[in-house]
Ligand binder design. Sequence first.
Ligand code: FAD
Length: 358
Amino acid sequence: MNTTYDIAIIGLGPAGSVLARLLSKEFKIIAIDKKNDLENGFQKPCGGLLSSDAQKVFARFDMTIPKSILVDPQIFSVKTMDENNKLIRYYQRFYININRHKFDLWLKSIIPSNVHIYNNSNCTNIEKIDTGYKVTFSENGKKQTIITKYLVGADGANSIVRRTIYPNKKIRTYMAIQQWFSEEHETPFYSCIFDDEITDCCSWSISKDNHFIFGGAYPIDNSKEKFEKQKKNLIKQGFKFGKLLKTEACLVLRPSKYSDFCCGKNNAFLIGESAGFISPSSLEGISSAIISAEYLSKVLNSYSKNPNKKYRQKTLKLRLKIFLKLFKCPFMYNPILRKIVLKSKINSIDVRKIENDF
Ligand SMILES: Cc1cc2nc3c(=O)[nH]c(=O)nc-3n(C[C@H](O)[C@H](O)[C@H](O)COP(=O)(O)OP(=O)(O)OC[C@H]3O[C@@H](n4cnc5c(N)ncnc54)[C@H](O)[C@@H]3O)c2cc1C
């Protein structure tokens, strides 16, 4: 016999974990997640930078972040490298540099015990039935099926929930590739790299706990070749790629129009990146994941008669906020406009290299 739940959450990244934490204890809830609760197993590739927007959400929840999640060092500027115009500028940033996997595990660890969590579990099939949804998943390779009234897709860019309920939906998607190296730079830094010949999105590097992470979002075709070519180009710019420790890759969404956002239908809901809630300019998505989870928790906890409509209404401001970031994109991604912005030096800071001072 299949076990029946009120709510099934697929995926426990920031969106799913925050939702699981905020839902009323009156619901019978199951959460199915690929990650296990250990340091090993599936890890979400990420730059691990907590933006001011994300920090503000934690402040609103009266939540603090344990020190164990922070990494060394904290960096206060981004080195913006325009490879097309051969320009470099530094801009102040207020990010918190974190260990993304530890952050995800911490968010999972504070989910109340009434939520039935299935770790190391992969949701493989979703079927619409009269009473809701039939969800099939494999836990440590063992196949299981449950029935749920409400289904929540919190399963990120390649969401099986989104692909099931919107089979024809195509959101602009890139292949994100990141490699971890031993750190060999004298001064750790955070960079954002624009190079039109490699990708019409961006690349980045960040230092974390004596590791140097280099990554980028590339058009899916030939992504690996483009990644390798960019690494070669950057060696000429002084990048030092030490011993290769890890390579990771995943899809990343980059909404390009308002209709890309999809909130769900028929008692199925999408939160976080599965809904397309990620900044098209910076690929920052943790704050929107948490905010959309909060909105959905409010809708479900209020036993709304038409929860899909209510959730769509609640996310309107968030969708508009992300949509408006599309207007910022040309000033970052169009080489001519970017040149004007960088040449103007507006908001940039002059970085004093100590060796130049003596
Ligand atoms: C390379 C890269 C760097 C990024 N850097 C930053 C950054 O520095 N700062 C920032 O704010 N944003 C960053 N982002 C964006 C950010 O990672 C996402 O927008 C954010 O994680 C979305 O949260 P989420 O909870 O919606 O989805 P996710 O974090 O993707 O979590 C979804 C979870 O669902 C689970 N899952 C997926 N499929 C299944 C399945 N079939 N069955 C069971 N479980 C499943 C997985 O465990 C996964 O962890 C980056 C993205 C990428 C790709």
